[in-house]
Design a protein around this ligand. Structure first.
Ligand code: HEC
Length: 114
């Protein structure tokens, strides 16, 4: 019992140290980037390929909640796409950073719908 709590404590401490390091590389979003049509267009294309199966109108009901990205900052959207969030899978190994940034630009754009 004692050993288990110690292991948990170590894991917690390690986690606290590792997470900010992984996040240190994450990009900042400028308005210019977010408004660039080429970025929005790339994100739209990728969203149709990979995301609508859970987030789209045609998705199985209950697969994913309707996205309300207005409540999220671009940085939050990017982090959720990259690292996943509860039942949302991570896309870090699937898409490059540029692609994940483009997805963020699309999700935050005026043409986004789901
Ligand atoms: C396997 C189904 C699935 C796929 C595929 C999927 N998502 Fe998700 N996504 C979810 C679920 C479920 C949630 C809600 C997680 C929660 O809040 O518990 C979510 C949440 C999100 C959120 C956070 C919403 C919020 O308000 O917190 C964003 C942003 C998002 N998804 C974007 C995407 C993008 C972009 C893609 C394509 C690269 C994608 N998702 C693909 C299931 C999926």
């Amino acid at each position: 019992m004692k050993h288990r709590s110690l292991a948990l404590l170590i894991a917690l401490l390690a986690g606290v140290a590792i997470v900010p390091m992984a996040w240190a590389d994450d990009p900042a979003f400028t308005d210019a980037y977010l408004k660039e049509p080429a970025n929005i267009e790339l994100g739209h294309k990728l969203f149709k390929q990979q995301c609508v199966k859970c987030h789209g109108k045609g998705a199985y009901p209950g697969k994913a909640p309707k996205l309300k990205p207005r409540k999220l900052t671009p940085e939050d959207v990017y982090l959720r796409i990259t690292y996943g969030f509860r039942k949302m899978p991570p896309w870090e190994d699937v898409f490059s950073q540029d692609e994940r940034m483009a997805l963020t630009a699309y999700v935050k754009s005026d043409i986004f719908s789901n």
